[in-house]
Ligand binder design. Structure first.
Ligand code: GDP
Length: 138
């Protein structure tokens, strides 16, 4: 099934100059960039993006981190894009991420873990329009 998913290169990875390396890994795996931009979220924008986690103990820390510096947000398209991206990213905790995954190679810890990818079609349907209008997705 052709799908679209929302991917974020998080502030830790952007600050380490890893934008190109991370996008290349997705492209090499057959995903196509349908939309792309570099932005910096405010604290409130980060809280809105991660609203599903508002009761979690790491919500404050996570949203501080996600608003500390620039991020790259993109829509990737491909066959089973949602699951494919999750596999290329690796587990949330880099200590548990498989070899060759982005998080295994570049994450600092469970929070500063380099990338975000929508975890379901329902999440993608919230996350893509959070950053992109229809006219920006090609
Ligand atoms: P993901 O779908 O793999 O990104 O993981 P989750 O949806 O569970 O969590 C969202 C984000 O919150 C993660 O990517 C991490 O940046 C952060 N996070 C998750 N679990 C923890 C945790 O136990 N502690 C802290 N500090 N951050 C976490």
């Amino acid at each position: 099934m052709m799908e679209k998913t929302l991917v974020i290169i998080k502030p830790d990875a952007v600050s380490k100059n890893l934008i190109g390396e991370i996008i290349s890994r997705f492209e090499r795996n057959g995903l196509r960039v349908a939309a792309l931009k570099k932005i910096k979220m405010t604290k409130d924008e980060a809280k809105g993006f991660y609203i599903v986690h508002k009761e979690r103990p790491f919500y404050e820390s996570l949203t501080d981190f996600m608003s500390e510096g620039p991020i790259v947000v993109m829509v990737l398209e491909g066959e089973n894009a949602i699951q494919k991206v999750r596999k290329i990213m690796g587990a949330t905790n880099p200590a548990q991420a498989e070899e060759g995954t982005i998080r295994r190679d570049f994450a600092e810890n469970i929070e500063r873990n380099a990338v975000h990818g929508s975890d379901s079609a329902q999440s993608a349907a919230y996350e893509i329009p959070y950053f992109f209008s229809t006219l920006e997705i090609l």
